[in-house]
Design a protein around this ligand. Sequence first.
Ligand SMILES: [Zn+2]
Length: 386
Amino acid sequence: MGTDSRMHPLRPGDRGPAVADVRAALRALELLPAANGAGPGDPGDLEQAEYDRATELAVRHFQQVRGLTVDGLVGEETYRALSEARWSLGDRLLHHDPERPTRGDDVTSLQERLHELGYDAGPVDGVFGADTERGLRAFQRDYGLTSDGTCGPATFRALRQLGRKVTGGRPQLLRQSAVFVESGPHLIGRRIVVDPGHGGPDPGHTVGETTEADLVLDLASRIEGRLAAAGATVYLTRGRSQNPTGEERTAFANDARADLFLSLHVDGHASQHARGVASFYYGTGSGASSTVGEQFANLLRREVVARTGLVDLGSHPKTWQMLRASRMPAVRLDCGYLSHPVDRLLLLDARLRSTVASAVLAAVQRLFLPAEADPPTGTFVLPARV
Ligand SMILES: [Zn+2]
């Protein structure tokens, strides 16, 4: 479409190249039948293209669907929306240009996809801004792509493959993807149960409007997105309105034949000074303990502490029913104190929660990284701060 946005509105009865342009856009959106033959309004005779009744109806339909004023005319706003609607993800390179921000449905798709995968890409508004770039870079870092903030062929491919996976698609598509083979550790075939504590009538710790139940559910969703994106099959033990018992949560993980069970809480304490991150695994503190659980508890806490600056409260063996009754390595992560002013501010920040989700992904990747591929400690370069 043309670039002159200060146009005089096109209306029924108008003819010419601008009308042909609009009709082409409507055809691309399948709002007008595909051109066949060289009738009026079809390419081949641009001057003769007519804003006929069918065009007007298609424009009205388009305006209605897009939430625009439905007047059947193509003014500036409708023209811009038509221009944006003709882009779908993969049609062109996308990057952040502060001078002339890229707009389009492809940008909307990218933003939606990043959100689905647990990345904070700012508002889903179809405008490629600084937030979109930040979310995209974080995604690229996590999945071993060049973190250049440009959505190019390799990133498109990754997003497409992941999209299939996240929407319950076919793992073999991921296996065939060279991108993933090259991108290092991935989690295909791993089944992971993520357990947001509390829920339903039980809000957990509460400060003002903020409840532990909501926070850990949000966190669990972000973790789910990232693990699923890396190829794992992820199950959450509850939705917003449910509060399964501890036995039910463990039974759920056992029935799912999970490889890993991660329970999420945030803490609260009468003392305002209590703060930080702790993890718990099954063990008596003397002898019998789950070594993989302990390893995962340590990896998890280390990654979270390194990326968030939350205080390190260590990993601890516990004989809690939930840890004992699960048939797979099980870890509970207590991520910060809602009762501590600094921890609370951090927890209320969606970016911090995304960072914790990245930390969990890194810990799970490290846990499952084949021994021969695990470089000596200290040389394994993890994304710094996401
Ligand atoms: Zn709790």
